[in-house]
Ligand binder design. Structure first.
Ligand SMILES: NC(=O)c1ccc[n+]([C@@H]2O[C@H](COP(=O)([O-])OP(=O)(O)OC[C@H]3O[C@@H](n4cnc5c(N)ncnc54)[C@H](OP(=O)(O)O)[C@@H]3O)[C@@H](O)[C@H]2O)c1
Length: 232
């Protein structure tokens, strides 16, 4: 089966941050209408992926909250909830996190044998552990998600480490970036994207698919694989 369609989703402040500095309480960047839009995107995918860093920082449940959307999934022959996936290289995953106790099936992409062993012990009965090699991690992980778990459409909800890797490796098909009218202003806050060697270098321009105002935020949709050096 071909690799899943990979959709990255994030909300950032006007100064490009995903959150305040680590350890502070979670910053709500978006608004209720936009959270509902995110819910509809979740309902449209086979799987949702977040990094272990986001689980540690935010302890999210990552659900499709709308009953109507869940019912529509079931009526279409899909599981009520998308598969929930995280990735870890340390295997340091807390079984008490909400992630494991809400929604449908959970999968851990454990990179390296130590991570797989540690996660397997901690999460027995809570999640499936899928080993992934340290080399070509994302390419292999996406192939495995398609071939073993039938994932055709994958939504990635952060954090920045994961978004940076998938963009740098040219594996993201779509980017949903919400710009929120907040100014974080902390130099040590969590950035959306870290340093990386992006395809085409700093002058490469991503194709813009859509702009949409949603209350006081703006959604920008880009096609990161479609780059050009000329404005269009
Ligand atoms: N505003 C938004 O839309 C939004 C959305 C999501 C998150 N956030 C924020 O983003 C922050 C978290 O971002 P983050 O960058 O620290 O964490 P992250 O991207 O969620 O997760 C990073 C972790 O994932 C694992 N990982 C990632 N790539 C890997 C690879 N190739 N091989 C093995 N393991 C890999 C590692 O886990 P181990 O440490 O276990 O090895 C790594 O430490 C939080 O502040 C959160 O609030 C904001």
């Amino acid at each position: 089966m071909s690799r899943p369609y990979v959709l990255l989703s994030a909300a950032v402040s006007l100064d490009g941050y995903l959150d305040t500095r680590p350890g502070e309480s979670r910053l709500l960047l978006s608004n209720p209408q936009d959270f509902d839009r995110v819910d509809s995107v979740r309902a449209s995918v086979d799987a949702i992926l977040v990094g272990a860093g986001t689980l540690r920082a935010d302890n999210p449940r990552l659900l499709v909250n709308s009953e109507t959307r869940r019912a529509a999934r079931v009526a279409a022959g899909l599981p009520e909830y998308p598969l929930k996936i995280t990735i870890t290289g340390s295997g340091d995953l807390d079984p008490d996190w909400k992630f494991w106790h809400h929604g449908g099936e959970k999968l851990v992409l454990a990179v390296g044998s130590k991570a797989a062993e540690k996660a397997g012990k901690a999460l027995a009965g809570l999640a499936t552990i899928q080993g992934v090699p340290q080399d070509a991690t994302w390419a292999v992980a996406l192939d495995v998600l398609a071939d073993v778990y039938g994932v055709r459409r994958l939504m990635v909800e952060g954090g920045g480490t994961i978004h940076t890797q998938l963009l740098e490796q040219h594996l993201a098909d779509e980017l949903h970036l919400v710009i929120a009218p907040l100014l974080v202003g902390q130099s040590d806050a969590v950035r959306m994207l870290g340093p990386a060697h992006y395809m085409g270098g700093p002058s490469a321009r991503l194709r813009l698919l859509e702009t949409r105002q949603i209350g006081d935020v703006v959604l920008l949709r880009y096609a990161p694989k479609d780059i050009s050096t000329e404005p269009r």
